[in-house]
Design a protein around this ligand. Sequence first.
Ligand SMILES: [Zn+2]
Length: 341
Amino acid sequence: MMTQPTVVISLDLELSWGSFDHAYGENLLKMARWTHDIGVPNLLNHLTRNGVPASWAIVGAMMRSSLPDVSGLPEVRYPHFKKSWFDYVPKNGDESAHPEWFGASLVKMIRNALPRQEVGFHSFSHVPFGWPGMTRERAVAEFSYCAQIAKEFALPTTCFVFPRNSVAFLRELRDAGFTCFREVDEMPIRFASRTLASMGAVLADFTGLTPRMVDASLKEGLVSIPGSLMVRYAAGWRKYIPDSNRLRRLKKGLERVRQTGGIFHVWFHPENLYAEWPRLENVVAHFLEELGAMVRNRDVRCLTMGQVATEFQTKAAEQFGSPVAVGSMDSWVVSIPSESD
Ligand SMILES: [Zn+2]
């Protein structure tokens, strides 16, 4: 079933949680603080003034104003990070003292925004699920901590984005009540190996290859929504990618989805707008302006991941004529997708 021209934007919001295991230090904290104070409010403003909803996949542990009791999480040890996972995280103090780690006020801001934004989860503590060192017990605990926070904040357990896009333990994710997740990107060209694929990603950024349109499918009882294009940060050699090339590539995606249908799924980290600021913020702002105009013109529609999942489930149910088990039993939906996600 081909989806009508649809744009989905998913955002991985993580502050310091996203890379403390790779590069803990002053730079990380500065970047996280900037994201908390400037990056998220600015990005939210670009979305709302253009009438565009996005799916914000947020690290569960930063949704609260301080760290909850994490003793129920079995320890993980990865080859790349020998410390205890919460070693760097402030155990005392709250968001006002540690805005690099906690963003309860951001969640509130996002939830109060119009058009309505979706708040989803980017795991509880940003452990990579498919990496050696991860255990099923920790995965299950991560999902249940997310579900617990969802309950606390009266949020739906709809959309989930895996840290580092490392997709694993889908059955357990479904059992925790989630309905959809972001699958890894579909590349503009298919490559024979990972090395070639990452070279292809570089090439695609530089030359502005038209991104792939994707469609939702069913995996382990969850609605899988692959990415089309990640807006990468402008650090390292990537700062030499001209902003105009980045924007052109995004616009090519919009043009393609308008013509062919399917889903153009753009994703990035608000944190990534920090390097070379405000270059990338301007690229994103222009893209959202273009998208907003197309939505008002009814050339495309812009949905959250949760809305795509609901629509997929509804169509699947119609197609098979009887209730199909999609997601957990009670998430089976036949109503028309509404504003409520
Ligand atoms: Zn992440």
